[in-house]
Write a protein that binds this ligand. Sequence first.
Ligand SMILES: NC(=O)c1ccc[n+]([C@@H]2O[C@H](COP(=O)([O-])OP(=O)(O)OC[C@H]3O[C@@H](n4cnc5c(N)ncnc54)[C@H](O)[C@@H]3O)[C@@H](O)[C@H]2O)c1
Length: 404
Amino acid sequence: MINACVIGLGQRGRGLVRDVLMKIDSLRIVSVCDVYEDRVNDILEILKNGGQEAKGFTDYKEALAVENVDAAFVFTGWEGHASIAIYAMEHGIAVASEVGCEYSLENCYNLVRTQEKTGVPYMFMENCCWGKDELLATSMARKNVFGTVVHCAGAYAHDLRNEISYGLTNRHYRFRNYQNRCCDNYPTHELGPIAKLLDINRGNRILTVSSFASKAAGLKEYIKTRDDATPEMQNAEFKQGDIITTVLTCANGETILLRLDTTLPRSYSRDFTVRGTKGLYMQDTNTVYLDGEKEYWETPEFVRNNLCNAKNYEEEYLPKIWKDVTPETLAAGHGGMDWFAYKAFVDALENGTPMPIDVYDSATWQAVAVLSEISIQQGGAPQAMPDFTNGQWFHRPRLDVCEL
Ligand SMILES: NC(=O)c1ccc[n+]([C@@H]2O[C@H](COP(=O)([O-])OP(=O)(O)OC[C@H]3O[C@@H](n4cnc5c(N)ncnc54)[C@H](O)[C@@H]3O)[C@@H](O)[C@H]2O)c1
């Protein structure tokens, strides 16, 4: 049995406790923490209604000091992740850290060095690495269906104008981030699965980061349309550009294109794209296009009738975890991805096996935000990505998040 401490009980923490953590049989939540007491009491009530009992705190150090805590689940806003994770690891407590971005390379290094020094398990909980589309395409890439992969692209494209604008009222961390910073502040939903596919930190690595920001107009204009906007909202200025475009180069010659796109009207998309010498996968239309099919794809009728054709490849290439997916898993948050990710952490902790997304992945993926901020300030100038593995990437073996 794993004794868990949950820190950060906002939207994400609440959902994960109720829909995922309380349903994992081998996990028992023994302490919960948020700086807001009402959020602590809410979660204690949810636990109580589910027949579970935990201790509540407003100081995470006290929550982690509860006897026999084995694992810390860190669901705070981005600024809190590293310091809490480092404190937990220093106290021998394994860490499952929600996703986000970092603010300095120093923080990234501290995470890595603390994990190396303590040997305490740490996992970065990028649930999109378990996305059905991403895993189908990765499985096809592993079987050489796309030939040599030379380019991948992705986006975090999600209309968050409401969540961000009302951040002061809702006590949400994104508001202050969008006010004070301009960068790709949320790169990992798309970069995580791409980094896995391209074996980043395991035979390959990211060399440079170049980013460009559009102007910031979306939030200001959105707030003008809101009758209930507070004076603080109306007067707020935002540094965060509406569209951030980032290009990464890799040691093995691939390029990666990322887009942060959260403050203009649009539909949700991760836009996961894989381009190889023998074909492509495009998530937005769920399309596979293979070499040799050119004559078909050149008629508009064929294109219209065959978009979404990736389902034809599922029988041969979809990983087993998705073929066997249950309605309970699908219902447990983000269409099943949350269950897969959190179960993978618990399984690795129980079995003493490597975390499928480790501290080197966390540092590298989150450092993209740090380097994109500097690159934007320098007109898009490429910034060197540190090698957090200290040369270990030469020989670290591939580690997929599930059997492909
Ligand atoms: N993987 C996903 O699909 C997904 C989806 C949503 C959010 N997230 C991530 O989850 C995290 C939380 O997001 P959210 O929307 O719930 O934010 P939120 O602002 O609603 O909740 C964060 C909570 O953490 C608390 N907190 C902050 N610092 C703390 C500290 N030092 N000690 C104790 N509590 C502290 C805040 O008071 C707040 O209640 C973020 O990192 C976000 O990126 C991931």
